[in-house]
Structure formats: structure tokens, C-alpha cells
Design a protein around this ligand. Structure first.
Ligand code: ADP
Length: 190
């Protein structure tokens, strides 16, 4: 069982690389952003709760996010492994994930960090804005998301660095080259 976290700021390419990783390693992809968007689309109770929070670029409260995440993991009891994309985004979320995995005799095996500078992120999201239709890709919402990242999510990194499981990869360059670097870090674990 391989539990992999793909980590990086909005626009770092987590979704793009996750799609390639799933194919190669046959992992279940759990993207908390995608799941929240699905709930909003289907107008579920959870979707109603998180719609405005998400549209404003803020983080959804930990309690809601953690509950949803655990539910998603439990839905896939036979998974070969999981890619966590967009989770954890706070230290309490990281602690909750550790406890949850421990209760199933598992752990986070590797955190791959996509390193991309802020200027490049802004350029990428400005491009994505034209096609994504995402309310939170608007300029002022993006600023809020970056704030959330640099105030809260960035602290998740030292949490895992202490465990010696972080591999940092340059997230600028050709998609396939970045993918190759990720595979180099992951292959020894599978
Ligand atoms: P991006 O990484 O491009 O910002 P995501 O699709 O991962 O986008 O997330 C979009 C939004 O979903 C976040 O801004 C936040 O409102 C909500 N969200 C996703 N994952 C989490 C999480 N782990 N904790 C809190 N909120 C989350």
C-alpha cells in the first residue's frame, strides 16, 4: 500500500502530474478540491456548506474536510495506494491523516513537492482562468488562495520534513520531465 501526497501551491501542476501517476502506479486519486466541486455540482448538503467558502478562495474548515477525506479513503478498501492531492492543507489535517492511517496500520510513504515560483503560478492560473470556469480562479480569489497557501499550507512541509519523507522536484519544465523526476523518487517504494 502506497500513500503518496502530492504537495504544492495552486497552479503547481498537482492535477496534471496526479493523472500521470495514477496511470503508472494504479493508485486511487483523492483530490479534495475535485470532490468538493462535485458536491457543489450535485447540490448536496456538503456542497451547500462549502460553496461560498470555496468560491471566496478560503480553506474549508478542517473538521468538514477531514471527515470527507476519511469517508473517501474508506470507499476504496482495496486500493493499491492513494494519491492525496490538495490534502492535507493544514497541520491539523496532516495530524489527522497520520492518526487515521495509523489506525489502519498504514502511513504516509512519500510527499512529493512541486516547487514553482509565485510569478509562474500567477501566469499559469491566468491561462487556466480562460477555460476552467472556476469562480476561485478570478484574480482577487486567487490572491486569497495564495494567502491561505503561504499562511497555513506551507507549514505542512516541515511537518513531513521531520519525518524525512519529502522529495522536492522542480515543477517548472516539460510535463514529462517533471513526471520522470517524480517516478525516480517513487519507483524504489513500489
Ligand atoms: P488549487 O490547488 O488549484 O487551489 P483545489 O481544487 O485543490 O485547487 O482546491 C480548491 C478549493 O477547495 C480550495 O481553495 C479550498 O477552498 C477547498 N479545499 C480543497 N482541499 C482542501 C483542504 N484540504 N482543506 C481545506 N479546503 C480545501
Amino acid at each position: 500500500m502506497l500513500n503518496l501526497i502530492i504537495f504544492g501551491p495552486p497552479g503547481a501542476g498537482k492535477g496534471t502530474q496526479s493523472a500521470k501517476l495514477i496511470e503508472r502506479y494504479h493508485l486511487v486519486h483523492i483530490s479534495t478540491g475535485d470532490i468538493f466541486r462535485e458536491h457543489i455540482q450535485n447540490d448536496t448538503e456538503l456542497g451547500k456548506k462549502v460553496k461560498n467558502i470555496m468560491a471566496s478562495g478560503q480553506l474549508v474548515p478542517d473538521s468538514i474536510t477531514i471527515e470527507m477525506l476519511e469517508h473517501e479513503v474508506k470507499k476504496n478498501p482495496n486500493a493499491k495506494g492513494v494519491i492525496f492531492d490538495g490534502f492535507p492543507r493544514t497541520v491539523p489535517q496532516a495530524e489527522a491523516l497520520d492518526n487515521f492511517l495509523q489506525s489502519m496500520n498504514q502511513k504516509v510513504n512519500i510527499v512529493v513537492q512541486l516547487d514553482v515560483n509565485e510569478e509562474e503560478l500567477r501566469t499559469r492560473i491566468a491561462e487556466r482562468r480562460k477555460v476552467s470556469g472556476r469562480a476561485d480562479d478570478a484574480e482577487e480569489k486567487l490572491m486569497k488562495r495564495m494567502d491561505e497557501y503561504f499562511n497555513k499550507t506551507i507549514h505542512v512541509l516541515p511537518y513531513y520534513e521531520q519525518q524525512n519523507i519529502v522529495t522536492k522536484v522542480n515543477g517548472i519544465g516539460l510535463i514529462d520531465d517533471i513526471f520522470d523526476q517524480l517516478c525516480e523518487a517513487i519507483d524504489p517504494l513500489v
